[in-house]
Write a protein that binds this ligand. Sequence first.
Ligand code: FAQ
Length: 312
Amino acid sequence: MSLQAQFDDTIRRDHRIEPRDWMPEGYRKTLIRQIAQHAHSEIIGMQPEGEWITRAPSLRRKAILLAKVQDEAGHGLYLYSAAETLGADRADLTERLIGGRQKYSSIFNYPTPSFADVGVIGWFVDGAAICNQVPLCRSSYGPYARAMVRICKEESFHQRQGYELLLTMMRGTEAQRSMVQDAVDRWWWPSLMMFGPPDTDSPNTAQSMAWRIKRHTNDELRQRFVDMTVPQAEFLGVTLPDPELRWSAERGCHDFGTPDWAELRRVIDGDGPCNAERIARRRDAHEGGAWVREAASAHAAKRAAQAERSAA
Ligand code: FAQ
């Protein structure tokens, strides 16, 4: 069997492609693009909530938030490791992010002016991440699929801490309830945009589905997220800011309005409310950490030289 036929057969039988296996160059490139974008999103995604660590209203909330933000760093690291199994170089991926040559999720370019934003990020953004990422646990590339299993478990905790925070605020004062509603109003549409452009305008979906990297289209997952979130919003006592949102008995799911796709395009192209700030902060952190990387390399070189001497 030719290498291409072996690859096609592995995909057809729903088995996993592993780093040692031959794969078409397009498959490798698509995976590096998606995994790198995903890793960058986790790392940049630490910023909007990270701003609240020093201002969390209690020790308990601070401990939860610290744990969540640390998990996001961990997710970024698993994902960079998965990209490395495809031959990508982590330093190069970081340079591409900082240089604006690789993308990260649009959602992290919106500001977090109130503590309710921390709750809504957990509820909506981690909720959307779960919808999108649970199917990726069955992605055809082994290291990516396996990284997703652990990531999804942690995302579930993130989603629940956000929802629990909001439940607490909704049981509080009128001012707290309106903070929650205001955050819901600001995050709803950007959260729907996280799933990517509509299927009619998604250049990568057809090939990624054929390769079983993606298991569902952007619109299918967006619909799943809406259907999952509507009853949660009712229980919480908030209104989702979409006058067209209603149950369709005919379709067996919710009808909803159209996100502002021009806004998504602008944010992806670098012109969202916080794009410049997010990248500047990531660049500072990278430059500020240069001494750690240099020290670690010097230490590794010293250990290697010692090992060579004692072997001799
Ligand atoms: N933002 O043809 P498609 C998280 C790009 S992690 C920016 O539909 P595809 C955890 C797309 O890359 C969130 N760019 O592309 C957390 C493509 O770029 P190209 C991240 C976007 O790949 C929670 C072009 O537009 N999750 O939330 C966006 O088939 C809380 C055309 O699009 C992942 O990365 C966007 N929203 O489908 C952390 C999951 N949408 O070709 C902290 C894995 C599209 O020009 C706090 N990724 N683009 O280079 C995926 O599932 C897919 O890559 C999609 C896009 C669904 C995002």
